[in-house]
Design a protein around this ligand. Structure first.
Ligand code: NAD
Length: 712
C-alpha cells in the first residue's frame, strides 16, 4: 500500500482511494502522489473491485502542482516528461472500464482539478468556500495534466478558455451549472453515498471523449461559431496583457490546437506548451515572488521572532476621512471593535457611513445579509470623545497630513491609552521618527501605511521608526495579518519605500512629456510596460497639487538639514499645470479633461510641450519607466530602508502594481542580471541624466556575480 494514497475495498466492492500525502499540510501533485494513484489504478484492475472513489484525507482535495519540484527543473525535457508521466497514470485511470468518481471534499485546484477531470464523474461538497479551478496562469503556467485537453471536451472550448486563461476560482454551485461537476452533496457522508450510488448506476463508465461518436460541446476549433471566437480571443487577450504573459498565449494555442486533434495528440501538444511555460522567465519571476516570497512573508519572515502572538480586540482610529473610514471597515470585518473618532460627530458618522455604503451594496448584490451588515456596523462606534479610546489595544491616526495636527492627536490619545499599547500613524509622507517626537512612548510608536481604497488594496507598509521596539513591530504585524492584509516591513525614510519608488514611475513619464514625447505614446508605454495605469493618468488620480505639496515640504525639510536635492525634470511640469488650476482628477482637469463621457488628454498639452519631430523608440520609453523604479528600489535596499528582498518585490506588486510578470522591483534586476542592468542603466544615465546611474549595490553585484537574495 502506498503511503500517499490509502486503499480500502468495502463490502460492496468499491475501492476507496484516499489521497493523504505524508508530511505535507496539503495534497500536491508530484511523483509521490502520482505513484499512489498508479497503485490505486492497479488495485482497480482486481476483478473483485467494481469501481473506485478518489477522495482526500486532508481538508482540501488537492491544492495543485508541487512548485518546489517545478522550480528545480532546468531543462525543458523535465517538465515535458513530468507532465507526460502524470498523463499516463490519469489515462490508465479513465480507461480501466470501471467507474471512477472524484469525491471532492475540499479545494480541487490546478493539478488537483486535473486529477478529478480524469475521473468519470465529480461530486463536490456544496460549500461556497470550496474552490475549483485552474489558477496556473496566475503563476505564468499552463495546466499540464490534461486540463486544456479534458476541459474543452467537457464544458466546451469557450468555457475552458475562460477557466484556464483567467484562472479564477469556481464555486461548486457554479461548477454544477456548467457541467464541471455532476452533483453536489451537503456533507462528507452524503458525498460518499452519492459517489457509491453513481458507481452502482454506471458500471461501465467511459469518458465522453472515449465514446466513438464524441463531439466537443459547442463544437471543435473548426466549427464556424468557435472559429469566429478564435478570430477575436487573441486580440482580447493581448488588449489585457499587452503580450507580457506568454502563458496566456500558450493556453490559447494549446486549446486551439487541441480542438483540431485527437485526445492523445492534444495531450502531447499540451505538454510541449507546459514545458515552454515552465522554462519562461515570466513564470520563474512569478513563482519566485508570488509564491515563495509571499509565503515567506505570510509565515512571518519579517516579524521579530520570540514576541508572543497578539490580537487586537479594540481599535481606535483618529480621523474618519477616506482612510479612517476604510480602516474602520476592514477592521470591523475582521471582528474587531472599532472606535472611530473625528472632530465633529457629523464627520465621525460620515466615516462610519462609508462602511454602511459598502455593506448595503453587498446586501443588494446578495453577497451579504442585512443581519451581517447590522452586526458589523454595531462594531463601529463613531465618536468625538477621547475617553472612548480607553481599552484600545491599538490606535491608528489618519488625520490631516500635518505635523502639528498629528502631534496634537497623538498626545490626546496617549493620555487615555494604557502604557503598553501601540500608537500607529497612517502618514503617507512624514518620517515616523519625527512624528514619534510628539509621543511620550516612542518605543510604542510605528507607521502603518495603508493604501487607498483600503478595502481593496492588499498591502500595508509597516514603518519602523528609530525608537520603535521589536514588540511594537510584532504587534503591528499581527494586526495587519488579523485584518487579512499582507504586511511588508521597512525602515523609516522620506517616502518610505512604496511612495518613494512609485513616484519615480510617474515622474519619468512626466519628464518625457517635457522632452516632447507625445502624451499618448507615454501612456501606451506605461501600459506596455505592464503597469496597471499609465503615468499621466496616475498622476491625475494622486493629484498634482498633493505631489507639489509633498515636494515642497521635502525641499523645506532638507533645507533645514542643510541639504538640497537636484530637481527632477518632471517637477517643473507639475508646477506649471498646478499654476493654471489643473490639479488632477478631483478638479475634473489635470493631464486629462474629465467629463461625463470619460477622460481625454488635455488638447493644450501638446501646445505647452510641443511634440518633437523625432519620437523615441517605445522600448526605450518602457526601459526608462521600469529602470527608474528598479534602480530606486535598489537604492532603498542599499540604504537599509528595505529589510528584505521579499518585502521589496511583494511591496512593489501589491502596493503600486509593479508589472507582476517581472516578479517585483528587485526581481526585475535579478532576472536580467546585475551586469546587464548596470550596462543599460549607464546608457540611460548618459542620455537622460544621473538619476539613472545604477545603485552601488547593483554595481557591486555586477562585479561579484551576485544577486538580490534573502538567503542567509
Ligand atoms: P481626509 O481628509 O479624507 O480625512 C482626514 C480626516 O481627519 C477628516 O475627516 C478630518 O475631519 C479628520 N481630522 C482632522 N483633524 C483632526 C483632529 N484634530 N482630530 C480628529 N480628526 C481630525 O484624509 P485621508 O485621505 O483619509 O488621509 C488621512 C491620512 O492618511 C493622511 O495622513 C494621509 O497622508 C494618509 N494617507 C492617505 C492616503 C490616500 O490615498 N488618501 C493613502 C495613504 C495614507
Amino acid at each position: 500500500m502506498s503511503s500517499a494514497v490509502s486503499l480500502e475495498v468495502g463490502g460492496d466492492g468499491v475501492l476507496v482511494a484516499t489521497m493523504n500525502l505524508p508530511g505535507r499540510p496539503m495534497n500536491v501533485v508530484g511523483d509521490t502522489l502520482m505513484e499512489g494513484i498508479a497503485q490505486a489504478c492497479a488495485k482497480l484492475a482486481d476483478p473483485a473491485v467494481k469501481g473506485m472513489i478518489l477522495t482526500s484525507g486532508k481538508a482540501d482535495f488537492c491544492a495543485g502542482g508541487d512548485l518546489d519540484r517545478m522550480s528545480q527543473w532546468s531543462k525543458p525535457e523535465e517538465p515535458f516528461e513530468g507532465s507526460m508521466a502524470m498523463k499516463k497514470v490519469l489515462r490508465q485511470l479513465e480507461l480501466q472500464g470501471k467507474p471512477v468518481v472524484a469525491a471532492i471534499n475540499g479545494h480541487a485546484l490546478g493539478g488537483g482539478l486535473e486529477i478529478a477531470l480524469a475521473c468519470h464523474a465529480r461530486i463536490a461538497i456544496d460549500d461556497a468556500r470550496l474552490k475549483l479551478g485552474q489558477p496556473e496562469v496566475k503563476l505564468g503556467l499552463l495546466p499540464g495534466g490534461g486540463g486544456t485537453v479534458r476541459l474543452p471536451r467537457l464544458v466546451g472550448i469557450q468555457a475552458a478558455l475562460q477557466i484556464c486563461g483567467e484562472g479564477n476560482d469556481i464555486a461548486p454551485a457554479k461548477a454544477r451549472e456548467m457541467g464541471l461537476v455532476a452533483d453536489l452533496a451537503k456533507d462528507r457522508d452524503e458525498l460518499m453515498a452519492k459517489a457509491r450510488a453513481w458507481i452502482a448506476a454506471n458500471p461501465k463508465a467511459k469518458q465522453p471523449w472515449d465514446q466513438p461518436k464524441f463531439r466537443f460541446p459547442g463544437g471543435d476549433s473548426r466549427t464556424p461559431a468557435v472559429a469566429q471566437m478564435w478570430a477575436i480571443a487573441p486580440s482580447v487577450a493581448s488588449q489585457k496583457t499587452w503580450g507580457n504573459y506568454p502563458a496566456v498565449r500558450h493556453i490559447m494555442s494549446s486549446i486551439f490546437e487541441g480542438g483540431l486533434l485527437d485526445f492523445e495528440a492534444a495531450s502531447v501538444v499540451e505538454s510541449r506548451y507546459f514545458a515552454a511555460c515552465v522554462m519562461s522567465q515570466e513564470s520563474k519571476n512569478m513563482i519566485n515572488t508570488l509564491w515563495f516570497q509571499l509565503n515567506a512573508i505570510k509565515k512571518g519572515a519579517s516579524r521579530p521572532a520570540g514576541v508572543p502572538a497578539s490580537k487586537v480586540g479594540r481599535l481606535g482610529i483618529l480621523g474618519a476621512g477616506m482612510m479612517g473610514g476604510g480602516i474602520a471597515y476592514v477592521s470591523a470585518k475582521a471582528g474587531i471593535d472599532v472606535v472611530l473618532l473625528d472632530t465633529t460627530q457629523e464627520a465621525a458618522d460620515k466615516g462610519k457611513a462609508y462602511s454602511q455604503g459598502l455593506l448595503d451594496k453587498a446586501v443588494k448584490k446578495g453577497r451579504s445579509t442585512a443581519e451581517k451588515r447590522d452586526a458589523l456596523l454595531a462594531k463601529i462606534q463613531a465618536t468625538t470623545r477621547y475617553e472612548d479610546l480607553a481599552g484600545c489595544d491599538l490606535v491608528i491616526e489618519a488625520v490631516f497630513e500635518d505635523r502639528a495636527v498629528k502631534a496634537d492627536v497623538t498626545k490626546k490619545a496617549e493620555s487615555v491609552l494604557a502604557a503598553d499599547k501601540v500608537f500607529a500613524s497612517n502618514t503617507s509622507t512624514l518620517p515616523i521618527t519625527g512624528l514619534a517626537k510628539a509621543s511620550a512612548r516612542p518605543q510604542n510608536f510605528i507607521g502603518l501605511h495603508f493604501f487607498s481604497p483600503v478595502d481593496k488594496m492588499p498591502l500595508v507598509e509597516i514603518i519602523v521608526g528609530q525608537a520603535t521596539s521589536e514588540q511594537t513591530l510584532a504587534r503591528a504585524f499581527d494586526y495587519v495579518a488579523q485584518i487579512g492584509k499582507t504586511p511588508i516591513v521597512v525602515n523609516d525614510s522620506r517616502g518610505f519605500y512604496t511612495s518613494r519608488v512609485f513616484a519615480t514611475y510617474v515622474m519619468e513619464g512626466i519628464a518625457m512629456l517635457k522632452e516632447g514625447v507625445h502624451p499618448r505614446s507615454i501612456e501606451v508605454a506605461g501600459l506596455q510596460a505592464g503597469m496597471p495605469m499609465p503615468p499621466l493618468a496616475l498622476q491625475d488620480e494622486v493629484s498634482l497639487s498633493l505631489s507639489m505639496h509633498v515636494q515642497e515640504q521635502t525641499k523645506k525639510d532638507l533645507a533645514a538639514e542643510g541639504r538640497t536635492l537636484p530637481e527632477h525634470p518632471g517637477t517643473g511640469v507639475i508646477r506649471q499645470l498646478v499654476e493654471v488650476g489643473r490639479i488632477g482628477k478631483k478638479a475634473g482637469k489635470g493631464f486629462y479633461d474629465y467629463g461625463d463621457d470619460g477622460k481625454a488628454l488635455w488638447p493644450e498639452l501638446t501646445r505647452l510641450y510641443p511634440t518633437a519631430a523625432q519620437q523615441p523608440a517605445q522600448r526605450e520609453m518602457i526601459d526608462r519607466l521600469m529602470f527608474a523604479q528598479a534602480n530606486e528600489a535598489a537604492r532603498c535596499y542599499e540604504e537599509g530602508v528595505l529589510r528584505s528582498v521579499a518585502d521589496a518585490n511583494i511591496g512593489s506588486i501589491f502596493g503600486w502594481g509593479f508589472a507582476p510578470f517581472h516578479g517585483g522591483a528587485l526581481q526585475f534586476i535579478n532576472a536580467m542580471g546585475a551586469r546587464a542592468f548596470v550596462e543599460r542603466s549607464r546608457g540611460l544615465a548618459a542620455k537622460f541624466g544621473p538619476r539613472f546611474e545604477p545603485a552601488a549595490v547593483v554595481v557591486k553585484m555586477a562585479e561579484s556575480g551576485g544577486r538580490f537574495s534573502d538567503a542567509a
